[in-house]
Write a protein that binds this ligand. Sequence first.
Ligand code: ACO
Length: 323
Amino acid sequence: MIRSVVRGFGAALPKRVMTNKEIESRVDTSDEWIVQRTGIRQRYIAGEGETSASLGEAAARAALERAGLTPDDVDLIIVATSTPDNTFPATAVNIQNRLGMRHGAAFDMQAVCSGFVYAVATADAYIRGGLSKRALVIGAETFSRLLDWTDRTTCVLFGDGAGAIVLEAQEAAGTKADRGVLTAQLRSDGAHRDKLYVDGGPSTTGTVGHLRMEGREVFKHAVGMITDVIEAAFEATGTTADDIDWLVPHQANRRIIDGSAKKLGIPLEKVVVTVDLHGNTSAASIPLALDAAASDGRIKKGDLVMLEAMGGGFTWGSVLLRW
Ligand code: ACO
């Protein structure tokens, strides 16, 4: 059977770092409050000329270089983003053009913070279905441009950045020892759509709008939804928490990450955390965390890695893969 195997990874962050201290001068908050409630110490903020497409392009180039590939070798680009450069065309097409690619297919995936998990699941389905041989899966966001910088309940939480992986079709035995994506579990429930949303859009206000969130409501649902899809991935593959080498969660909030790991019985030493450095970069957070942990040698070839995310919609999902 065919599996989608990670062949390369890369990431890109804006040049500018914004610390909690700097946010103190904008809204009534404190470094202590932000660290205690979220674990966030700093985030990166896109400057002039830096966009979701430019950051996504840089991450894609890094992933291709690490894989020893060129854009000619890829036939699919999926970009998970809620902050596209334009309403249309897709940021994926923008990145395709920046890479000098004139072949294959490119489209965006919009599942907010769960976007990367949805995009990996989609690329995996394309690859296993024979529609693609090699896919660039990118999470690229500039949430700083959606924030209401006078709203202390949201503006302290988010940051900008991009990460990418190259998934490649490889023959496999069809067991849980295979490298590649072993299962993806996706969920959504639109009844929660107004708990985390943007109050504008092309078909309603004709404006871009600002992010709005009922933080406590999101928090209340997060751990249960995350553990539900991780347990579904265990069940689908005949694995358990003990088999996991690395949990790479969406990086929204340290308390959600720790709470989920504890509930699942995954020790914190096996959890990759970057929320302190990046803040919540939505669909970019998982590939940024993968890049950090694979670059410094924590995640190694053959490791069993669980990705999970939950976000606006609500959407949530997990991907279990062997690196
Ligand atoms: N600085 C100082 N005080 C603040 C700030 C701030 N930045 N923001 C809110 N407060 C105040 C509130 O006004 C409130 O004051 P009051 O008691 O006088 O009314 C007090 O702090 C407590 O507010 P809560 O909202 O109850 O604080 P909570 O402990 O729930 O923490 C937080 C807020 C961090 C947003 C939390 O609810 C959370 O993490 N929710 C999850 C949301 C999230 O991570 N979303 C990301 C997108 S979704 C995702 O990626 C999963």
